[in-house]
Design a binder for this molecule. Sequence first.
Ligand SMILES: NC(=O)c1ccc[n+]([C@@H]2O[C@H](COP(=O)([O-])OP(=O)(O)OC[C@H]3O[C@@H](n4cnc5c(N)ncnc54)[C@H](OP(=O)(O)O)[C@@H]3O)[C@@H](O)[C@H]2O)c1
Length: 231
Amino acid sequence: MNIKDKKAIVLGGTSGIGLSIAQQLSDAGATVIAGSRREVELPGIETVSVDVQDRDALSELFEKHRRFDILVNAATGGDREVKPLLDMDLDRFQGTFAKLWGYVNSVKLAAPYMASDGCMVLISGYPARKWRQNMLAIGTVGGAVEAFVRHAACELKPLRINAVSPGIIDTPMSPLQGEQRQQNYENLTRNNLIPRAGTAAEVASAAMFLIENDFVSGTIVDVDGGAILGG
Ligand SMILES: NC(=O)c1ccc[n+]([C@@H]2O[C@H](COP(=O)([O-])OP(=O)(O)OC[C@H]3O[C@@H](n4cnc5c(N)ncnc54)[C@H](OP(=O)(O)O)[C@@H]3O)[C@@H](O)[C@H]2O)c1
C-alpha cells in the first residue's frame, strides 16, 4: 500500500508506540486520526476522544470516516495483572483481557467501513511466546491477540491484518523516572540478544512495513531485541 493520501485511524495513538505509528503514518503522507480516552492535541494529527471499550463510539467513529484505509490499535485497553498465577486476583487477570476486547471491538466494527484493500495492525507482546516472572496474564492475552490475528486474517481477506510483537519498549507505559527507570530497563533486558529497551519508533517501523507490504497478512513481526531467544 502506498501510504500517501490514505486515511488512517490509530487507536491508542496519543502515547508511546501508537503515537509513533501515527507520526510515521503522517510523515508518509497519510491523513491520521489518533484516538484515546484523554483529549490530546498533536501537531498535524487530528485527535478524537474514544474508549476502545465503547462499541457505539467506535462504530460512530468508523462510520464517520467510512472507506478509510488503515486501522492500527495500540491501546492498552485497561489495567493489567502483573503477578504469578497463585498470587493473582482472578478478577484482575480477567480484566487484563480488556486489551483483547478493545482490539476485537475495533477490528469487527471497523471492517465494514474500510476499503477492501485496507489493512489493520495490532500490537501483541513478547510474553505471548516467552515466560517471564509475573507476565502470565499479559502473556495469555498476547497469545489470544496473536491467535485472533491469524483467524481474522483468514475471515476478513482481502483486508489484511497483522501484528507487531514488541519486547521491552521505553514508553510512558512505565511510570518509573530517572535512575530507577534506567535500572529497571537494564534489569529487564540484560539477557536479551540486544540488551536495551527498544524505542517506540523501532516498533512503529515494523507497523509501517506491515502496512506498506501488500503480500503480508496473518503474520506476527517480533521487534523485541531478541527477548524470545534471550535468557
Ligand atoms: N511498552 C512496552 O514495553 C510494551 C511491550 C509489549 C507490548 N506492548 C503493547 O504495546 C501497546 C502500546 O503500549 P505503549 O507502551 O505504547 O503504552 P502507552 O504509552 O501507555 O500508550 C497506550 C495508549 O493507549 C491508550 N488507551 C489505553 N486504554 C485505552 C482505551 N480503553 N481506549 C482508548 N485508548 C486507550 C492510551 O491513552 P488513554 O489513556 O488516554 O486512553 C495511550 O494512548 C499495548 O498494547 C501494550 O500492551 C508494550
